[in-house]
Design a protein around this ligand. Structure first.
Ligand code: FAD
Length: 263
């Protein structure tokens, strides 16, 4: 690991200033960034630790919206009674990320900015039509995930919060890669006033929606609506854990289970 400067701003304004310097990177829980630095895959000149900014850790539930500060840890989302009462599928997703250490350190802002192809939150962000707020603008979920580890964020842009409109119903199901517990494939479904939305992670270079499933579920919100929906395996991930065809076959199966879980 190369030498780097380390800063601990106490406000978003100070983090913004520190993060705009050449070679600066934001540090959330370090669950992805620190291993990447140890492996020499990332070599920031300066780390801007967001851990001392209290406002980034907030969890607010009310008026049909859940708003998570970017530094809300997976454990804090999983354990929030207000989220468990309002949108239990989101709390369940957070509670099934990695292991206890990862959940206590890892954050939603870090997960979204990192955009690992197998990360769990992106499926929920897409299915729920969330809005990602940064220090510069608001980004709709549909415009945020651009490709493998690639997002709409510009250099030095800081995620401050993520807002989830509470849907009529939501469910989630993940087929775990047993060693890492990341999603081999994970599916989040939501029944909203505008129709059904289906977010999938683990299957492609980044999370995506599945229109064929959304059309069927908008017509009839029932597990059986997912039966027989064929997913094109072209462009899906293929590795030693599962072929593209296998991942394609899993998507409707997991969607069926997610709808059943949603009720
Ligand atoms: P960091 O590692 O600190 O940062 C990651 C990236 O995001 C960096 O580029 C950083 O500069 C940037 N960043 C951080 N915060 C912000 C911000 N507010 N604005 C802009 N950029 C920002 N994830 C899953 O979804 N499911 C799993 O099952 C799962 N299993 C895991 C198992 C292990 C063993 C490990 C190590 C990780 C696992 N993860 C899993 C990932 C984990 O959930 C973290 O969310 C993810 O690694 C991001 O970590 P972090 O929040 O600590 O961010």
């Amino acid at each position: 690991m190369q030498a780097f400067a380390y800063q601990t701003p106490a406000s978003v304004a100070d983090a913004q200033k520190a993060g705009s310097g050449a070679g600066a990177r934001f540090l959330a829980g370090g669950q992805s960034l620190l291993p990447a630095m140890k492996l020499g895959l990332s070599a920031p000149e300066s780390l801007v630790d967001l851990g001392a900014i209290a406002e980034l850790k907030s969890i607010r539930v009310g008026n049909g919206t859940i708003t998570l500060g970017a530094m809300a840890t997976h454990a804090s989302v999983a354990e929030s009674q207000a989220i468990r009462d309002t949108l239990p599928a989101l709390a369940e997703l957070a509670g099934n990320i990695g292991d206890r250490q990862v959940r206590n350190r890892g954050t939603i802002g870090g997960s979204l900015a990192n955009n690992d192809p197998a990360a769990d939150y992106p499926a929920a962000v897409l299915a729920l039509g969330a809005t990602i707020t940064t220090d510069r603008r608001s980004i709709a979920a549909d415009d945020f995930f651009k490709g493998l580890y690639e997002t709409a964020l510009a250099e030095g842009e800081l995620i401050t919060s993520i807002s989830f409109p509470v849907p009529k119903k939501a469910g989630w199901h993940k087929f775990k890669q047993p060693a890492s517990r990341f999603s081999l494939v994970g599916v989040f479904v939501a029944q909203t006033a505008q129709g059904a939305r289906v977010g999938v992670t683990g299957a492609g270079p980044c999370a995506f929606r599945v229109k064929a499933l959304e059309d069927k579920l908008s017509a009839s919100w029932a597990p059986a609506s997912c039966d027989g929906v064929k997913i094109d395996a072209g462009g899906l991930n293929s590795d030693l854990h599962g072929s593209a065809d296998y991942r394609a076959a899993l998507i409707p199966v997991l969607a069926r289970r997610a709808v059943a879980a949603a009720g």
